[in-house]
Design a protein around this ligand. Structure first.
Ligand code: G3P
Length: 217
């Protein structure tokens, strides 16, 4: 399973890239707005940091405007993938962008039927938001699993990005469910490092090493 970082913060991206575990980045209008920077400059900087897929979302509401916006964003870097919303206009734009050779990530997917439509329209990636489903008392992981099983059965080519991940257990669950990608916030990525026995083990090894070096020993 690939790991994408779900952020528009370049400090987070820069730090995570040094660990060698990040395959790509996803952004959305909320994450970009939080940075208070020009979107195109920000996207260009992210593309310099990350060679893998970088999702940038359109904010238009008609297909023609989405396609025009997508072409400008795609010109920023070869790895840019255009995020389009799961709406009729979004799927129209997805179809057109595929014809133009521009990859899409259909976002705000909350049901299997939406995922199927996005795959049929030629989305390179599909982003079901499991955390937001869980918030409503639905089972987000079950949706990821359903999409992955049926897509593989029918050989549908879109990659499934488990999005709206809220905690480290989600990562384990979507990996078990067969997601192609988990896109995770920086805080969740950092929590994936943590295990108290690792911390204790490092502490004990260092203490034992220092003790063995005491004079007279
Ligand atoms: O990738 C989608 C993600 O950014 C949404 O996460 O936490 O706003 O539901 P959240």
């Amino acid at each position: 399973m690939k790991l994408f970082l779900d952020t528009a913060n370049t400090d987070e991206i820069r730090e995570a890239m040094t660990w060698g575990v990040i395959d790509g980045v996803t952004t959305n209008p909320t994450l970009v707005a939080r940075e208070g920077r020009d979107f195109h400059h920000l996207l260009a900087e992210i593309c310099q940091l990350v060679p893998g897929p970088v999702s940038a979302e359109v904010i238009s509401t008609t297909a023609a405007e989405m396609v025009a916006e997508a072409q400008v964003l795609a010109a920023v870097g070869a790895q840019v993938v255009i995020k389009v919303p799961m709406t009729p206009a979004g799927l129209q734009a997805t179809t057109k962008l595929k014809e133009l050779g521009i990859k899409t990530n259909v976002t705000l997917v909350f049901s299997f039927n939406q995922a199927l439509l996005a795959a049929k329209a030629g989305a390179a990636f599909i982003s079901p938001f499991l955390g937001r489903l869980d918030d409503l008392g639905h089972d987000g992981v079950a949706l990821i699993s359903q999409i992955c099983v049926i897509f593989r059965g029918y050989n549908l080519q879109s990659q499934v990005i488990a999005a709206s991940i809220r905690h480290p257990l989600h990562v384990v669950q979507v990996a078990s469910a067969g997601a192609n990608v988990a896109t995770i916030p920086f805080t969740v990525l950092k929590s994936m490092f943590k295990h108290p026995l690792t911390d204790l083990g490092v502490e004990r090894f260092l203490a034992d090493w220092q003790a063995a070096k005491r004079p007279g020993k």
